[in-house]
Design a protein around this ligand. Structure first.
Ligand code: MRU
Length: 342
């Protein structure tokens, strides 16, 4: 997501059209930004946050009154419940803009949205370095490229920079450390196809597999580590991510394979400890029916995320380093964010 050349509209790619077609997306109102998030034209926790921040800037440009900004913030917040980056970005922009006088608000909102984007790029880069160190440990003495299993898309398309889970992969590839990525398809929205599209463009060796193939790969010794993103990680290290993540973590534990989560601090919810407090988005059953060619009367449940308990997570790769997935581990790396009362 970025500012258009006119300096006020917001540009992105319509991800519902990928990988078949690269269709640009131009957002000119907060309602268009909200529609883009709800329909998953833009998706992935950090990109959702950045788009919502620009949505507030668009609202401030149109009408900088308190009532207008609060309506836009409510509308944007209601689009998708699980990724904490959304509420985090909206709170951040409102916190900067509301104390300003009306004529200054739009400029401040755009500046804050740009800062959120710049920080995301920096966080991606740092996560890349910390993740690369973990890959290097796996590569030492190995006779094959490091075999990484990922799920969903926590890549360039989901962030402003190089992705969270993909940043160490791109860095490893650029620095000549051999990697091969197992990409699970990620039903029902097929975000694995987005990851495969990205990796192919970057020339990173990869293989797409059906979601249900991952246990077989893990227990068959064909995976050296799992690396996924997160939509919301609690202050005690429980991880909400795309539905299907939990099954991979369970299989990884059984196979004694490390299960790492790339978790920028913008995706950590410091206000809760237990993963059961994370709101799990229930999406329309039509997404599943369409994927399977089922008629409308077939009952379908479509939870979009699941929660992997901290005990199954080998480490949280943050922009400040790799934290143990626990309250103590996160408090150690983020004493400025950690709240003893959460
Ligand atoms: O429903 P989506 O496609 O927005 O879900 C995306 C994920 O689950 C990603 O893994 C997560 O947002 C991290 S993106 C860096």
């Amino acid at each position: 997501v970025r500012l258009a050349a006119d300096g006020w509209a917001v540009e992105s790619l319509d991800q519902t059209r990928l990988p078949g077609a690269q269709v640009p997306l131009r957002l000119t109102t907060w309602r268009e930004a909200a529609e883009a998030i709800a329909s998953m034209r833009v998706r992935g926790a950090p990109l959702i946050g950045a788009t919502a921040a620009y949505g507030l800037a668009l609202a401030a440009r149109a009408d900088p009154s308190d009532a207008s900004l609060e309506e836009a913030a409510r509308g944007l917040a209601a689009t998708r419940p699980t990724a904490v980056n959304l509420a985090w970005a909206l709170d951040r922009v409102l916190g900067v803009v509301l104390p300003e006088s009306a004529p200054d608000r739009a400029r401040s909102a755009y500046r804050e949205a740009e800062a959120i984007c710049a920080e995301d790029v920096a966080a991606n880069r740092a996560i890349g370095e910390h993740g690369l160190a973990l890959f290097s440990g796996l590569a030492a003495g190995a006779d094959r490229p490091v075999q990484i299993l990922t799920h969903c898309n926590a890549g360039r398309l989901a962030t402003v920079g190089w992705g969270t889970a993909t940043a160490p992969i791109y860095l490893a590839h650029a620095r000549g450390l051999g990697v091969h990525v197992w990409v699970s398809e990620t039903r029902p929205r097929n975000q694995g196809a987005l990851t495969a599209w990205e990796l192919a463009r970057a020339g990173v060796p990869h293989t797409v597999v059906a979601d249900s193939a991952c246990g077989h790969l893990l227990l068959g010794g064909r995976v050296d580590c799992c690396l996924v993103g997160t939509d919301r990680t609690t202050a005690a290290g429980d991880v909400a991510n795309k539905i299907g993540t939990l099954l991979k973590a369970l299989a990884a534990r059984e196979a004694n394979v490390p299960f790492w989560v790339a978790a920028p601090s913008s995706s950590i919810d410091w206000s809760i400890r237990g993963g059961d407090a994370i709101p799990i988005e229930e999406r329309d059953g039509s997404e599943v029916r369409r994927a399977l060619g089922l008629p409308a009367e077939v009952p379908v449940a479509n939870p979009a995320f699941d929660v992997t308990p901290a005990r199954l997570v080998s480490g949280l790769i943050t922009e400040r380093g790799v934290a143990e997935a626990s309250a103590a581990g996160l408090a150690d790396l983020f004493p400025d964010h950690f709240r003893g009362d959460a």
